[in-house]
Design a protein around this ligand. Sequence first.
Ligand SMILES: NC(=O)C1=CN([C@@H]2O[C@H](COP(=O)(O)OP(=O)(O)OC[C@H]3O[C@@H](n4cnc5c(N)ncnc54)[C@H](OP(=O)(O)O)[C@@H]3O)[C@@H](O)[C@H]2O)C=CC1
Ligand SMILES: CC(C)(CO)C(=O)C(=O)O
Length: 379
Amino acid sequence: MTATHRTTIHILGLGAMGTVLAVDLLRFTNALVVPLFRSQERLAQFQEANGNKTSIRKIYLEGAPLLSYPIERSECPESFSKKPIDNLVVTTKTYQTKEALAPYLPYINENTNLILIQNGLGILELLREEIFIDSKNRPNLFQGVISHGVYQDNAGVLNHAGWAGMKIARLPWTDEDMIQKKIIVKQDLANNSLVKLLMEPKFAKEFGMEHSTYQEMLSGQLFKFLVNACINPVTATLDCINGEIKDSCGPIFRSIIDECLQILRLAYKPLFEYREKFGGNDEYPDMNVNEVLTTDNMVSEVTRIGCDINAKNSSSMRQDSLFLRDIEIEFINGYVVRLASKLNLDPNSSKVNKTIQEMASLRLALNRSRKINGDWRSE
Ligand SMILES: NC(=O)C1=CN([C@@H]2O[C@H](COP(=O)(O)OP(=O)(O)OC[C@H]3O[C@@H](n4cnc5c(N)ncnc54)[C@H](OP(=O)(O)O)[C@@H]3O)[C@@H](O)[C@H]2O)C=CC1
Ligand SMILES: CC(C)(CO)C(=O)C(=O)O
């Protein structure tokens, strides 16, 4: 009798997103889920505090069940098996990616499948230009655009608050490969171990997985990017809950979105010209981003998703700012500023996003200063 094959998947970043993924992989697949911790000390903390289990409370479900699953094997740089990595999930914050990957680079090769499950843009450029420079040794790269909402409560429990699924696609290492044929999706679903695992029917249904071409996923990624470019820095700077600004956020969201779209249309030209070039060609999926990614539509959609659907949510950037953690601004509004510079545009073309970036960073600095010097308002 042949032993059942088990896919091994390493998770770099067992935080909110890493945990929500790990728990459902353990619930619905027979994968060997191996978290990679930053140090021996952090690994020991996990084992002592959690009894080698990963847990999450599904508060969107009746009774808000707490789900816990044993972790068979955990590793860190010191204890790593030193064998080639088959499948690697990166669920660290964007600004932690390079440092987190560093100890494992010798074990990532052209047979490794690596998926980024992160908000924002700019990590692909970081991987291409600073980490996987040798094109012959680059892993198969994928992106996950995740819309589940997870926060850690005061008791330290992770709460899965919003169920909203995840889109995945193979990332192109070069801009020339940005537009993919439908056959790429079929081939990965049939042959790629990571895609096969993430698209296993029970898991895919429960986690809301959608597997598509890069251009289809990118359209969703830019949509989510505009949501984050508005909600995250504005609520962090104002220190408010998302829904509080619902009736007054229109002008600032319009300024941010209008400037973002002017720059994104230049940087992702093939995507915005897609319908003209590939419309009617059955080898490619039908898609028209120009109907969705418009300023008027996105002001309405960002307000609906950010201030209606997520009205009671504290944005992840406000949470990071309140807890004095670094914020992901460099990979959201800061990315737009860098993109404008890379495209040799006039600095004024990204003035709004630069100011938003500076204000969010100033708010974090103020929160940190108040922690050290006290809050002068109460003196
Ligand atoms: N939370 C949410 O609801 C959503 C988050 N996202 C995005 O997902 C991404 C991850 O966010 P989230 O899960 O909330 O972040 P968290 O801060 O909850 O998790 C990040 C994890 O990465 C770990 N980590 C950091 N550096 C290293 C390292 N060098 N080696 C190993 N592990 C490391 C951290 O561990 P340690 O404790 O040791 O620092 C932490 O457990 C972000 O881009 C975020 O914007 C997207 C949609 C929703
Ligand atoms: C959707 C939104 C804006 C919810 O707050 C989010 O993704 C975040 O907070 O990072």
